[in-house]
Design a protein around this ligand. Structure first.
Ligand SMILES: Nc1ncnc2c1ncn2[C@@H]1O[C@H](COP(=O)(O)OP(=O)(O)OP(=O)(O)O)[C@@H](O)[C@H]1O
Ligand SMILES: [Mg+2]
Length: 388
């Protein structure tokens, strides 16, 4: 089968470049960008990928592109009584001649990127945060509050760490994320309507969470109308990583209004072959530290010395050295990963697969726990079956 060829317009390319979002040299990143460019009005997109791969950066770029593509238009709040679909545009309508340039421009200016971290909202406040509340609707609600759904009307709603959303609150979101998007403020029986692109993101294995009854199957189906998987840095070809290094240097230099630094061959080779646990974020931290030190010492070329120094200063080296030491000293000694894996498996079995108890015993955050399961290839179902 021939490989798909991804295409986008010069305008989209300019937006990508202005946002310093690197895709060059990676087929998978080209696919990611093609997916971003073709997001539909009022649709639900799920971003998946390890921590630091660029999910938030992707969501922001989806927003910038959606604005330029003119697919964002608000639903009319006055008409939002649950009977009509307001007067916003839906897919296919956005080129209609009755839409004046003035209207398009106003929509574009008002389009917001609204970010909600689902891990940060306590269970009892989820509804009020998303849908708003009327004055006096619950103890302490002395003012009317507009929810994020209202704020995002005509823009993009970014639901970060969706897997952390409390299970009991999930059905409310499921209903509200339908098309048209309808919801009620707490304490009101008036149905409001919003139009926005909903971008959710997760580092977690949501399918596993569905199996563990920690995430609603129907909500997963709804939020992933379109799924964009952002690959881990280590999965991307070296040539892409080289472009990324240069882009990050350029970004720093542009922001500081200085000429871009060059990177010598040895330093570049090290940077593009190194393993990055926290993906692009970690590479970016290193590049920022290096660039800062070049500014301070008034130099123009990045060398291996600068890289070593940055890694030591950031404290990333300790972790690596420790792992190397353990692995090198004796092949019979367990690696850190193996030790962690054993501790988790022991705890799961000891606690009879009761996840909340395991979390308590290990002092782990739910998200971290599921990330570890994935990373260390611990399959709870397989463990269960083996013990039957
Ligand atoms: N393709 C890319 N080109 C340039 N910079 C990138 C790219 N991807 C990510 N970055 C940069 O890497 C850093 C981390 O990205 P981001 O915060 O989007 O990751 P994330 O996947 O949202 O992480 P988390 O799961 O922790 O929320 C940011 O500074 C971002 O600008
Ligand atoms: Mg993020």
């Amino acid at each position: 089968m021939p490989k798909p060829k991804y295409e986008w317009s010069a305008e989209h390319e300019a937006i990508r470049a202005a946002n310093h979002f690197e895709i060059e040299g990676s087929e998978e990143m080209a696919r990611v960008f093609a997916q971003m460019v073709s997001v539909r009005a009022n649709s639900n997109v799920l971003l998946r990928g390890e921590t630091g791969v660029g999910k938030t950066a992707t969501a922001r770029l989806i927003y910038a592109l959606a604005k330029a593509r003119n697919i964002l238009a608000p639903a009319s709040q006055e008409n939002g009584n649950g009977n009509g679909n307001g007067n916003g545009v839906t897919e296919g309508q956005h080129m209609h001649p009755s839409w004046s340039t003035f209207r398009d421009q106003t929509n574009r200016d008002n389009a917001k990127f609204v970010e909600v971290n689902m891990a940060a909202i306590p269970e009892h406040l989820v509804e009020s945060e998303l849908f708003g509340h009327e004055r006096g609707s619950f103890t302490g609600s002395t003012e009317r509050r507009y929810g994020r759904f209202e704020e995002a009307n005509g823009g993009v709603l970014y639901l970060d760490e969706i897997g952390e959303m409390p299970v009991v609150a999930q059905p409310k979101l499921l209903t509200a994320l339908d098309d048209p998007r309808r919801y009620q403020r707490l304490g009101s029986n008036k149905t409001n309507e919003s139009q926005f692109v909903a971008v959710s993101s997760t580092t977690q294995n949501l399918e596993e969470m569905v199996a563990q009854k920690q995430f609603h199957k129907a909500l997963l189906a709804r939020i992933r109308e379109r799924e964009i998987r952002v690959p881990a840095l280590n999965e991307r070809p070296p040539v892409h990583r080289e472009h990324l290094v240069n882009t990050l240097v350029q970004r720093f230099c542009e922001r500081h209004k200085i000429d871009a630094f060059s990177v010598d061959a040895k330093a570049l080779d090290f940077l593009i072959t190194r393993k990055y646990e926290d993906n692009v974020r970690e590479l970016n931290f290193i590049m920022k530290e290096i660039c800062q030190s070049l500014v301070e010492s008034k130099r123009k070329k990045i060398t291996m010395n600068d890289v070593d120094h940055a890694i030591a200063i950031l404290g990333i080296g300790n972790r690596e050295a420790l792992q190397r030491e353990v692995a090198e000293k004796s092949p019979r000694i367990l690696t850190l990963d193996e030790m962690i894996r054993n501790a988790i498996v022991d705890s799961i079995i000891r606690n009879h697969f009761d996840v909340p108890r395991v979390l308590k015993e290990l002092g782990l955050h739910r998200a971290t726990f599921y990330r570890k399961l994935q990373a260390l290839e611990i399959d709870m179902e397989a463990l269960k079956n083996r013990r039957k």
